[in-house]
Design a protein around this ligand. Structure first.
Ligand SMILES: [Zn+2]
Length: 264
């Protein structure tokens, strides 16, 4: 901070004012960048997908329970039928009556067909359960992938966001130092312009127009500005206006870090 303060010591009011408007402008830009970091919306997207997959897994679990229950019921019916068939077979083996034996065999065949039907239903259910398990395994690995994506996005959000916060801190400190060094009447005029215009309260002449509102000055205005005070006022947006010829270049230097003051 002492270095920055030292670097600011030799600056004219006009240069301090340019440093002030540049740092205000930079802080606005940096805050906007922070707001618009792409990770923010990507994290929300990944979370929404994660929720979707979770819901799908819930539906799959319900379907699997249904199939399990169906399988259990079919197996119960099958064992009842098989016990019945064993009884019929025992009756066939013990009867001496031909007609009764024929009737029992007929009944046995009917039961046997019913068992076959159950077995085929059972097979279909087992196949369905296999498919459910495969889809659930895919969904599980999708959940893993999404969780890793969210972690990576959060890390990079923290890193980039942290760097932007640091830069905002640096610019704000420089702003404070430049502001402190300006005479009170310039401070209050600057504050008023910021309050009414937002963003920055000062500008400079850039290719014949105001660097803030971009309205061109006519010949008369240019003459008055050039022959007046080094700090004037833009006749259009009423921001403080630095009139010196090298102001635009100096302000561009601030942006590019050419002066000591921007290396805080
Ligand atoms: Zn202007």
């Amino acid at each position: 901070m002492r270095n920055a303060s030292g670097a600011l010591a030799g600056l004219s009011d006009a240069q301090l004012l340019l440093a002030l408007q540049e740092t205000d402008f930079r802080v606005l830009q940096l805050k906007k960048q922070l707001e618009e970091l792409p990770q923010r919306s990507k994290i929300l997207e990944v979370r929404a997908k994660h929720r979707e997959v979770k819901e799908k897994l819930g539906r799959l679990a319900a379907l699997r329970d249904e199939c399990d229950e169906g399988t259990r019921k079919l197996q119960e019916r099958e064992s009842t039928l098989k016990a019945h068939m064993a009884d019929i077979q025992a009756a066939i083996d013990t009867t001496g009556d031909y007609k009764q034996a024929t009737a029992l065999s007929h009944e046995y065949n009917i039961q046997s067909k019913a068992v076959e039907g159950l077995e085929s239903e059972l097979l279909q259910l087992l196949e369905k359960l296999d498919k459910i398990a495969a889809v659930a395994a895919e969904a599980d690995s999708a959940l893993d992938r999404l969780a890793k994506q969210e972690d990576a996005l959060t890390e990079s959000f923290k890193a980039q966001g942290g760097a932007l916060q640091e830069a905002i801190g640096r610019e704000s400190r420089l702003r404070g130092l430049a502001y402190e060094r300006l005479p009170a009447f310039i401070q209050s005029r600057y504050d008023k312009a910021v309050a009414s215009k937002g963003g920055s309260g000062a500008a400079y002449i850039e290719n014949g127009h105001c660097s803030a509102c971009h309205v061109a000055f006519n010949e008369g205005q240019m003459l008055r500005l050039k022959h007046g005070e080094p700090i004037s006022e833009c006749p259009h947006c009423h921001r403080l206006l630095v009139t010196s010829d090298d102001a635009a270049q100096w302000a561009a230097g601030l942006r590019g870090g050419a002066h000591n003051v921007s290396r805080l």
